[in-house]
Ligand binder design. Structure first.
Ligand SMILES: [Zn+2]
Ligand SMILES: [Zn+2]
Length: 272
């Protein structure tokens, strides 16, 4: 089957002061992540790298002259596919995601049929169409859909809760927001109320049933996010949103998982 060619592959949109969002419009909804290029004084920060299908590095280098550091919100395939293009650059990730980042277990090719039956069932249960291909165009006439694979990448800088990433233009604190994935991390610019949240939260169906997700942990992350004085959230998927919508998304999620609420932790000194 021959697909139409989509060149350029990425959409590019300035979504905030010094924040450019890139997406892959020809990737199926389920896999279509938001990437962000954040302008710094001496270096730019590239948040996630998408599916690894189109030429990300050339696209980024068309947008900036500064060297790029890659920030990994988490190691799910739709966020790390293009990391391999930046193997000579610093790559930031949480320690709990480094192993999967180095050895992603993705399918070969971009047909849903190349996924395991369990994965397909999981996505179908979440309401996604899992027939055909994960893309409806290719980045070049010579592109081989069947040969696509997810390459590993080495995290050169491991960060945890509270780490500071100061770009000169914006100063980010790293928030550890587990639940969707164990080492999910977000970028919080407290001075501007701007949160780059990865898949911890976005304005869409939140995924908490993958094998690395944990619902009680996710509920604790939601409680934390509810208290954050955000102006705007740029999520790992879909469109940005403000604080009122943040609260709606959180409250809807928490209500949907009310049966999973963990019992209150036992205080120190309690023994059985
Ligand atoms: Zn994810
Ligand atoms: Zn995602």
């Amino acid at each position: 089957m021959s697909l139409p060619v989509a060149d350029p592959w990425f959409t590019i949109e300035t979504v905030d002061d010094g924040v450019i969002m890139l997406t892959e419009p020809h990737v199926a909804r389920l896999w279509r992540a938001n990437l962000f290029l954040i302008r710094g004084r001496d270096r730019d920060l590239l948040v996630d790298t998408g599916m690894g299908i189109g030429p990300l590095r050339a696209t980024v280098e068309g947008l900036t002259d500064r060297p790029v550091t890659v920030f990994t919100t988490h190691s799910h395939l739709d966020h790390i596919g293009g990391h391999f293009e930046f193997a000579d650059r610093p790559i930031i990730a949480h320690p709990a995601e480094a192993a999967k980042l180095a050895h992603p277990t993705g399918p070969i090719g971009l047909a849903y049929a190349s996924l395991s039956a369990a994965k397909r069932a999981e996505y179908a249960a979440a309401g996604f169409d899992v027939s055909g291909l994960m893309i409806d165009a290719s980045p070049a006439a010579t592109y081989d859909v069947a040969a696509h694979r997810f390459h590993g990448a080495i995290a050169t800088e491991l960060v945890e809760e509270g780490a500071i990433i100061d770009l000169g233009t914006r100063r980010f604190e790293v928030l550890h927001l587990p639940g969707h994935s164990p080492g999910g991390i977000a970028l919080w610019d407290a001075a501007d109320g701007l949160l780059i949240s990865g898949d911890a939260i976005y304005d869409g169906i939140l995924i908490d049933t993958t094998d690395d997700a944990d619902i009680p942990t996710y509920l604790r992350t939601m409680a934390r996010l509810r208290d954050l004085p955000v102006r705007i959230v740029h999520g790992g998927h879909k469109r940005a949103f403000g604080r009122a919508r943040l609260h709606e998304i959180i409250d809807t999620y928490v209500e949907s998982r009310r049966d999973f609420r963990a019992p209150a932790p036992q205080g120190p000194g309690v023994s059985f």
